[in-house]
Design a protein around this ligand. Structure first.
Ligand code: GDP
Ligand code: GDP
Length: 451
C-alpha cells in the first residue's frame, strides 16, 4: 500500500508551498472532491522510488472558538487517514498556542509525527528547532519550503522506512512473443486481475460491486486493518480469477456503513495505485464533471488500465442518451483508447460485458513484446515520418525495447533524444498503440541517449 502523508498546521505556515514543491514535478494532483473532503487537496509524489499520497489541509487556527469542531471537520480526517503526519510550524512566529493544541491532539492520537519547522531561511536552525521542543513530539526537522532547503532530510525521516515501489521490471531474456504475465506466475498471479471500482460518490459503485458479486458465492472475512483500508474480494467468473477492490466497503461485515467510510479519497487513490485495471464509473444523468476528470487523470497518471462504465443508462430518453454520448466523446478524448460501456448497475444490463474489456485491457497492459518487434515498429514509424532536425542534425532513434508492464513502458535509444518534440512522442505512442492493437492501457515512452 502506498503510504499517505498529511500536512497539518496553522494557516500560513507553508503547507501549500510544501505541497506544491513535493508534487510539482507531477500532474497527479487530485483537486477538491465533494463529499467529505472540503478544503483538502490530494496529490501524488515520489521520492527515491517510493510513491506516496500527500494530503494538504486547510489549516487550523488556534484563536477560533470551536477549534475541536474545526479539527474534526477536515484536518482530523486527514490525520486519521495518514500514515505519517508532517506537523508544520513557522520558525518566524515561534511556538503558538494553536501549535500546542495541534501537538496535543497528535500526541493523544499516537500518530507518527514529524515536526517540520519551516521558514528557517535567514535563521539559525538549531535555535529554531529548540524553540519547538516543548511540543514533546520527538523528531523535528528544519526546512525552508520556499527554497527547497531541508526537504531531503525531511523525506528521509518520514519515508525512509517504507519499502520502495515494486516495479515490474521486464527480464529482456525471457521475452517470448505475445506471452503475457497472467500465464507466468508473478506476484499477483494467484489473485488474478485486480479490479478497482472507482468513481465519485453516488455514481453507483456499491450497486455495481454488489451486482458483480451478486451471483458469486463470496466469503468476506472481516479483514484486519483500519476502516481506512479497502477490502479485497477474490472471485472467479468463467474460470477466470479476479480480485475486486471494494473502496465503498459494501461487503465489510459487521461494520456500520457510516458516510465517512463510504467515500474516501485516500482509499480511492490507494485502490487505483494497487489495481491492474480500473473500472471507472460515471453517472450518465450527470454527465462528465470536473471531479470525474480529476480522478480519471490520477488513474491515467498512475498508469492503470481503464474500462469506462457510464452507469444509470436505464430509463433515459434517446435524446438524453445521444447527448450523454456526445459529451463523453468531447470531454474524454484523452482516454479514447479505453472501452466504454453503457450500463445499469441497478438492473444488471451491460455489466457482464465489462469483463471482456477488463481482460483485453489487462492483456494489453502486460504482454511481453520482444525487442525486435518494438524496434521494427520504430523503424517503420521513423521511415514514415522522420523526427525533426535539431541545430542541423537529425534526431536518430535506433532501437526500442520493453522496460515495464502495466503500463507498458517502451524505452527508445538514440541521439539527441532530449529534443524529441511532444508531438512526435505522441505519434510514436499512437503508432505503437495501433500496430500492437493495445486497448485500454496507457503507454509510456522513455528515451535513452548516447548510443
Ligand atoms: P499554508 O496556509 O500553510 O498553506 O501556507 P502557504 O504555503 O500559503 O505559505 C504562507 C506564506 O509563507 C506564503 O507567503 C509563502 O510564500 C511563505 N513561505 C512558505 N514557505 C516559506 C519559507 O520557506 N520561507 C519563507 N521566508 N516564507 C515561506
Ligand atoms: P456509490 O456511492 O458510487 O457507491 O453509489 P451507490 O451504489 O450507493 O448508488 C447511489 C444511488 O444511485 C443509489 O440510490 C442507487 O440505487 C442508484 N443507482 C445505482 N446504480 C443505478 C443504475 O444503474 N440506475 C439507476 N437508475 N440508479 C442507480
Amino acid at each position: 500500500m502506498v503510504p499517505v502523508i498529511a500536512l497539518v498546521g496553522r494557516p500560513n505556515v507553508g503547507k501549500s508551498t510544501l505541497f506544491n514543491r513535493l508534487t510539482r514535478s507531477r500532474d497527479a494532483i487530485v483537486g477538491d472532491i465533494p463529499g467529505l473532503t472540503r478544503d483538502r487537496q490530494y496529490g501524488e509524489a515520489k521520492w527515491q522510488e517510493r510513491s506516496y499520497i500527500l494530503i494538504d489541509t486547510g489549516g487550523i487556527t488556534g484563536d477560533e472558538e470551536g477549534i475541536d469542531a474545526k479539527m474534526a471537520e477536515q484536518s482530523l480526517l486527514a490525520i486519521e487517514e495518514a500514515d505519517v503526519v508532517l506537523f508544520l510550524v513557522d520558525a518566524r512566529d515561534g511556538l503558538c498556542p494553536a501549535d500546542q493544541m495541534i501537538g496535543e491532539h497528535l500526541r493523544k492520537r499516537n500518530k507518527t509525527t514529524l515536526v517540520v519547522v519551516n521558514k528557517v531561511d535567514h535563521l539559525d536552525e538549531n535555535i529554531a528547532l529548540a524553540e519547538f521542543s516543548p511540543l514533546g513530539l520527538g523528531a523535528a526537522v528544519a526546512i525552508a519550503a520556499a527554497h527547497g532547503r531541508g526537504i531531503t532530510q525531511m523525506l528521509e525521516l518520514s519515508l525512509g522506512e517504507f519499502p520502495k515501489d515494486i516495479v515490474d521490471e521486464v527480464d529482456l531474456d525471457s521475452i517470448v512473443e505475445g506471452e503475457d504475465l497472467k500465464r507466468v506466475p508473478g506476484p499477483d498471479a494467484k489473485d488474478g486481475i485486480k479490479i478497482a471500482i472507482i468513481g465519485r460518490p453516488n455514481v453507483g459503485k456499491s450497486t455495481l460491486v454488489n451486482r458483480m458479486l451478486g451471483e458469486q458465492r463470496v466469503v468476506v472475512f472481516d479483514q484486519p486493518g483500519t476502516t481506512r483500508d479497502s477490502i479485497y474480494i477474490p472471485f472467479e467468473r468463467d474460470e477466470e480469477k479476479y480480485t475486486l477492490i471494494d473502496t465503498a466497503g459494501v461487503r465489510r461485515r459487521g461494520r456500520i456503513s457510516e458516510e465517512v467510510e463510504k467515500f474516501s479519497v485516500v482509499k480511492t487513490l490507494q485502490a487505483i495505485k494497487d489495481a491492474n485495471v480500473v473500472i471507472f464509473v460515471m453517472d450518465a444523468r450527470e454527465g462528465v464533471v470536473d471531479h470525474d476528470l480529476n480522478l480519471l487523470g490520477f488513474a491515467l497518471e498512475s498508469g492503470r488500465a481503464i474500462v469506462i462504465a457510464l452507469n444509470k443508462w436505464d430509463g433515459m430518453q434517446p435524446s438524453e442518451r445521444d447527448y450523454a454520448k456526445k459529451e463523453l466523446e468531447r470531454r474524454l478524448y484523452f482516454v479514447d483508447f479505453a472501452d466504454i460501456h453503457f450500463i445499469s448497475a441497478l438492473h444488471g444490463t451491460g455489466v457482464g460485458h465489462l469483463y471482456k474489456s477488463v481482460q483485453n485491457a489487462f492483456t494489453s497492459a502486460i504482454t511481453r513484446w520482444p525487442t525486435n518487434r518494438l524496434t521494427q515498429i520504430l523503424e517503420d514509424a521513423v521511415r514514415e515520418h522522420q523526427p525533426p532536425m535539431i541545430a542541423g542534425r537529425r534526431i536518430k532513434l535506433r532501437y526500442a525495447h520493453l522496460g515495464g508492464a502495466n503500463p507498458p513502458l517502451i524505452i527508445i535509444h538514440g541521439n539527441q533524444v532530449e529534443s524529441v518534440p511532444k508531438g512526435y512522442v505522441r505519434y510514436l505512442e499512437n503508432t505503437y498503440r495501433r500496430v500492437l492493437k493495445l486497448v485500454g492501457t496507457p503507454i509510456r515512452i522513455e528515451f535513452k541517449g548516447g548510443d
